[in-house]
Design a protein around this ligand. Structure first.
Ligand code: S6P
Ligand code: ZN
Length: 171
């Protein structure tokens, strides 16, 4: 894909332009949920899709931007709503902006010291997490939560540190 484009900000249009689609199912992130028995019960009846990420196929040189759309489905594991895995950025630890396209939820952010904050995600609203803040989106509504996320394409996703903290308040 040429690095000059103007396309609709919709998953279907991203697919038309050859987006890479990553499907995240419960079995791939089960350990992140607090209620493991509830997760096991759900998995007995299949492996629900929690979210899908659409990434445009232009080469990600370090001067580019990642401009992904995520569709986060509504649902619960026990009493915990469906959520993304969540990650820190490293090399370099740069910011990310999340812009809601439809639905509603929250952007949980947590720094490496464990401080936890929550920012609203909704259509027409931008939520910004500066460097040093791991970010996870949670669908607190009853519809699909569709959001656009933009960050530098030079980041490395650090899922491990975010999973250790897991967006929980320190005891
Ligand atoms: C990438 C950006 C989003 C997420 C997506 C899924 O930097 O933050 O595209 O990748 O929302 O979240 P996660 O935590 O599974 O990558
Ligand atoms: Zn990110």
């Amino acid at each position: 894909m040429e690095k000059l484009f103007s396309i609709p900000l919709l998953p279907a249009d991203y697919e038309t332009y050859g987006a890479l689609k990553t499907v995240r199912r419960l079995s791939q992130m089960k350990s992140l949920y607090a209620d493991q028995e509830a997760a096991d019960r759900l998995l007995e009846n299949g492996d629900p899709v929690i979210y899908e990420v659409y990434e445009l196929p232009h080469p990600n040189d370090e001067t580019d931007l990642l401009v992904n759309i995520t569709v986060l489905y509504p649902g619960y594991v026990g009493d915990e709503p469906y959520m993304t895995k969540g990650h820190f950025h490293r090399e370099p630890d740069t910011a990310e902006a999340v812009i809601g396209l439809s639905g509603e939820g929250e952007l949980l952010v947590q720094n490496r010291e464990g401080e936890l904050r929550s920012l609203k995600v909704a259509a027409g609203r931008i939520s910004y997490a500066g460097g040093g803040w791991a970010h996870r989106v949670v669908n607190t509504g009853s519809e699909n939560l569709v959001f656009f996320a933009v960050s530098g394409a030079n980041i490395v996703h650090d899922y491990e540190t975010a999973a250790e903290l897991n967006f929980k308040k320190r005891q």
